[in-house]
Design a binder for this molecule. Structure first.
Ligand code: OAD
Length: 236
């Protein structure tokens, strides 16, 4: 596929793009949700029940993330954004910062960011690299017990949907990389794009996702191999 007829590309990414950087995926064998109960650590109810456990879970992931490096797939997407003569928007379900570290600029974090915290009292959001606990007061409003990771939990509304919708409507190429297609609304984006009838859709994943049959084309293999090869072809 050449980029000549393409003006705008939307790239949906999921945990699979960061797997080869050493960050765990969720639903694969040995995935995070096979070891930890998501209702306990990824819901507002779980946080209300046991904030100490929830903070421990995200503190450990925050520490791991700070030792992780972007891989060839993240870097290839940054190269695509830099060299492609049109718009490239990454819509990521990942809370890691590996797209940023890999050099991408136009990134929408629909499930939030692990290296940020939010105050449930005043709503302020700030970068946070250390451990978080119930004892730490909000630096903005000075109340205790309201700080939480700036990540979207099940039952909460994903972020920045108002930026994602127009990007999906305007794109000519929709790529879905490293996501199992289990979590909505991200899982519905391929159908949305199909209905509009203007964009070609391509899945790049280790194996067929839940929605694989909805894509115009599927390329299966490790992200560090198939994403750079796809970008090379697109930019050729
Ligand atoms: P999943 O763990 O559900 O899916 C990861 C996908 O990546 C699977 O389809 C794997 O086959 C694929 N994969 C694994 N290794 C790969 C590799 N090296 N190269 C390419 N693909 C690979 O993760 P997500 O789809 O991202 O949300 O999960 C979506 C959301 O569910 C997450 O954002 C998170 C989770 O619960 C929240 O926490 C709100």
């Amino acid at each position: 596929m050449s980029s000549k007829s393409i003006n705008a590309i939307v790239i949906l990414t999921g945990a699979g793009i960061s797997a080869e950087s050493g960050l765990g995926t969720f639903r694969d064998k040995d995935g995070i949700w096979t070891k930890v109960n998501l209702e306990d650590v990824a819901t507002p109810e779980g946080f209300a029940r046991d904030p100490v456990m929830v903070h421990e879970f995200y503190n450990s992931r925050r520490q791991n993330l700070q030792n992780a490096e972007p891989n060839a797939a993240h870097k290839a997407l940054a190269r695509l954004e830099a060299e492609f003569d049109g718009d490239v928007t990454i819509v990521t379900q990942n809370v890691d910062d590996l797209h940023e570290k890999g050099g991408s600029k136009n990134i929408i974090h629909m499930h939030g960011e692990l290296l940020k915290i939010r105050c449930g009292n005043c709503g302020s959001v700030r970068e946070w690299l250390q451990d978080l606990s119930q004892d730490i007061p909000c630096p903005a409003c000075n109340t205790h017990g309201f700080l939480r990771p700036h990540v979207v939990w099940f039952g909460e509304m994903p972020l920045l949907l108002c930026d994602i919708e127009p990007a999906l409507s305007n794109c000519d190429l929709f790529l879905s990389i490293g996501t199992s297609g289990n979590v909505y609304p991200a899982a519905s984006y391929v159908s949305q794009v199909r209905q509009l009838g203007r964009a070609r859709s391509v899945e790049l994943n280790l194996e067929p996702s839940e929605g694989a049959t909805l894509f115009d084309e599927c390329i299966h293999g490790p992200a560090t191999e198939i994403v750079p090869a796809f970008v090379d072809q697109l930019l050729a």
